[in-house]
Design a protein around this ligand. Structure first.
Ligand code: ACM
Ligand code: ZN
Length: 724
């Protein structure tokens, strides 16, 4: 990619520090390949281009070497991508005066698959907006654009054989989607939508290819198909329909009928045209969140299950096998016969994995690890680190409308796909890493850019750098300069990095406070509950506070303005730091949340997976604390209420002292419209000397029918247990 000369100068000096592994250190003398940087000292006058380009066939496709010595710039690479990445690095290496250092850089990426995904089905983005998106990918040296083109809420790809897909399926009633609980939406129902003609799709493919980026189209099947069914209702299961293009967020129950030959004729007709437009080796066939209810009652699907002799096995139903072992396998065979390979979301592991499929692991990393252990390729894109539709600040009121969740830049940067248990062969199957941008609540390019930047910069380092070359402190220092680049390119980026990122832990019975922000922006703090001013103490490094109740506040001061104030209440009490143990198991998937969080004197906020909370599911919270004979008269416990995420709060709270019930509380059930909150419930009782204090909270309900999780058990997220 070439930006304009003006922009080139403005983005000088930085990006190598953020997206490739060779930056970070000022002087690195001898570092083994890859990611080798040698600064020779001295500098070179600003230079508009590469002086000498050498084709070096010994280098890999994405590898490059830059040598700048006394005004001479030499770039070696063997292919387009290597030369493009070298150019990016050169553009980014210049300092504020437009000068390059004399330097030798030898660089190549850690992972071959470095992707970004964009959902253009929930909201439609124009070709020009897509080009800006691709430019952003190019700056970060990414090479795979995963384009989500079809979903319940809109079909966006012109298919000449099936014109109704875009005539009907590309348009829905209302731009703004209703939330799954029925709130939000666009009551006017004004028609909203759009689609890409085949010429436009090809234009995007060519534009991306010129920037070293493959476009991987996704046709999400056999679920997420309500828009297609609105156009061709005969493709649905017997007894269902008519259909409209959906104007809700969430997962529609409508699916393609797996027992109808017409479905496969349709899919092959669509894919024939997809293959003509997209030269990519990979075609993404979705496979996620496919509801099985229609298949369970449809005579055609049931006949197909009987014909194939499919059976449930306790873990997966016959309908799961129908998806993975038949629908996915049949589509894979078709695409393999046409010389292409499939990628599917990790649900394609449920039942029988198609022989050559690559698994895209989104529900955590376990799906990718399992695929690798089975000898399949995998791409890691877990919600925990790479769902860029999650918000970036805990201050929800200051964030744009969104799907929820919390994913700060720092968390993106922390991700490591390899585990100590993985064999070298399994590691080789992890092709790479991708972040996803779902757009249920993202309708404008400004909002889209805000969600991407600067998290994309952290993603790029995870994709590119060897683990030993990653350094969060260096990354945050450089982010400041990185944002200068975004500004020069006219991108709207999130400014949270200039807020305080605080961490409180308990060390030797005291609180340890660590504060961070981007660059060298000064942080000032107070411990008396007052808001910091530019006269407050300057933060110079981690400090400790004794375990007495107090409130720490901190803020950054930049261009004369105070950032949002970071506040942490420290609530030491009689239970603080005492020996604590669990009498019931934590929720599956949340055992990483340590029970020490329950009495560390730090109260969790609404971000329930941040380590401040402990979770139970299907068992009561049952905790004992050794109070060592202390007098107690009140126990209060905090719970999250967040029904969209299956967190309902308790129905009762009981407190026992040395086996005797001291007090209890029954708590009303929350309803469909309960707002998200953190609730504290207290049980008081006559003052009692207690050895073992046992606290039990129960959620005995089964999730009611108004909720998508109906019939399952809900979660309890608990913090903090306070004893008076
Ligand atoms: C997904 O987020 N449904 C892949
Ligand atoms: Zn059916």
């Amino acid at each position: 990619m070439r930006l304009t000369a003006l922009k080139l100068t403005a983005i000088a000096a930085v990006l190598s520090l953020s997206s490739c592994g060779n930056g970070g250190e000022d002087i690195v003398n001898v570092i083994p390949e890859p990611n080798y940087v040698k600064l020779l000292g001295g500098s070179t006058e600003a230079n508009e281009g590469i002086v000498e380009k050498i084709n070096d066939p010994k280098l890999g496709e994405e590898e490059y070497v830059i040598e700048i010595r006394k005004g001479r710039v030499t770039v070696k690479a063997s292919a387009l991508r290597g030369f493009l990445y070298a150019q990016q690095t050169l553009d980014q290496l210049r300092d504020a005066d437009g000068e390059w250092p004399d330097v030798i850089i030898r660089d190549r990426p850690r992972f071959a698959y470095r992707g970004m995904h964009l959902d253009c089905a929930r909201h439609f983005f124009s070709v020009d907006e897509l080009k800006r998106y691709i430019d952003m990918m190019a700056v970060h040296k990414m090479n795979k654009f995963h384009w989500h083109l079809t979903d319940d809420q809109g079909w966006r790809i012109e298919i000449r054989k099936y014109p109704l897909l875009t005539k009907i399926g590309a348009w829905r009633k209302g731009e703004k989607l209703f939330r799954p609980d029925g709130s939000g939406g666009d009551p006017t129902g004004a028609l909203y939508g759009g689609y890409y003609t085949q010429e436009q799709l090809r234009e995007v493919v060519v534009y991306a290819a010129e920037r070293g980026i493959d476009v991987i189209p996704e046709i999400d099947l056999p679920g997420h198909m309500q828009a297609a069914l609105a156009a061709y209702p005969e493709l649905g299961c017997e007894g269902y329909g008519p259909y409209e293009v959906w104007n809700f967020a969430g997962v529609s129950p409508d699916v393609l009928c797996a027992g109808n030959e017409k479905t496969y004729e349709f899919l092959e007709g669509v894919l024939d045209e997809v293959l003509e437009i997209f030269p990519s080796k990979y075609i993404h066939i979705g496979g996620d969140e496919c509801p099985k209810d229609h298949w369970a009652t449809c005579p055609r699907c049931q006949a197909k299950i009987a014909e194939l002799g499919l059976k449930g096995d306790g873990q997966f139903s016959a309908e799961h096998y129908l998806q993975s072992g038949y629908v996915t396998a049949r589509v894979e065979k078709f695409l393999n016969e046409h010389g292409r390979s499939i990628i599917g979301w990790d649900e394609i592991l449920e039942g029988e994995l198609s022989p050559n499929a690559t698994v895209m692991s989104w529900r955590g990393s376990a799906g990718g690890q399992k695929a690798a252990a089975l000898g399949h390729d995998a791409i890691m894109t877990p919600t925990t680190h790479f769902y860029f539709d999650y918000c970036q600040s805990l201050d929800r009121a200051s964030e744009p409308d969104g799907i929820g969740g919390y994913l700060p830049v720092s968390k993106v940067y922390e991700y490591e796909p390899f585990t100590p248990e993985m064999t070298d062969t399994e590691k080789k199957h992890i092709l790479g890493i991708q972040a996803n941008l779902w757009t249920e609540y993202i309708a404008t390019p400004e909002h889209l850019e805000y969600m991407l930047l600067p998290r994309m910069s952290a993603l790029a380092e995870v994709q590119w750098c060897d683990p030993g070359r990653r350094d969060a402190d260096r990354f945050f220092r450089d982010l400041d300069r990185m944002c200068g680049i975004y500004e020069a390119m006219g991108y709207n980026y999130a400014k949270h990095i200039y807020e305080v990122l605080g961490k409180v832990s308990v060390k030797d019975g005291c609180y340890l406070i660590e504060l961070k922000t981007a660059g060298d922006t000064p942080i000032r703090y107070t411990t008396d509950g007052s808001d910091p001013t530019d006269d407050s103490p300057l933060y110079t490094g981690p400090f400790t506070l004794t375990a007495t109740p107090c409130t720490v506040k901190a803020a950054t001061f930049r261009h004369g303005e105070r950032s949002k104030v970071w506040t942490q209440e420290l609530i030491a009490n009689k239970a603080f730091g005492k020996k604590l143990w669990l009498n019931s198991p934590k929720a599956n998937g949340y055992d990483y949340l340590s029970e020490s969080a329950l009495n560390d004197g730090i109260r969790g906020n609404w971000n329930y997976s941040d380590g401040r909370w402990v979770a139970w599911n299907g068992a009561p919270m049952d905790v004992s604390i050794d109070m060592n004979g202390e007098k107690c008269s009140e126990v209060s416990v905090g719970f999250i209420i967040n029904t969209p995420n299956w967190i309902f709060g308790p129905l009762s709270l009981k407190v026992y002292g040395d086996g005797v019930l001291l007090g209890w509380l029954f708590i009303p059930e929350v309803g469909a419209s309960a707002p998200d909150s953190v609730e504290n419930y207290s049980v008081t009782f006559p003052e009692t000397e207690v050895g073992e204090l046992r606290v039990v909270a129960e959620d005995t309900r089964v999730i009611p029918s108004w909720h998508g999780g109906k019939g399952h058990t809900g979660f309890l997220f608990v913090d903090e247990i306070l004893v008076k």
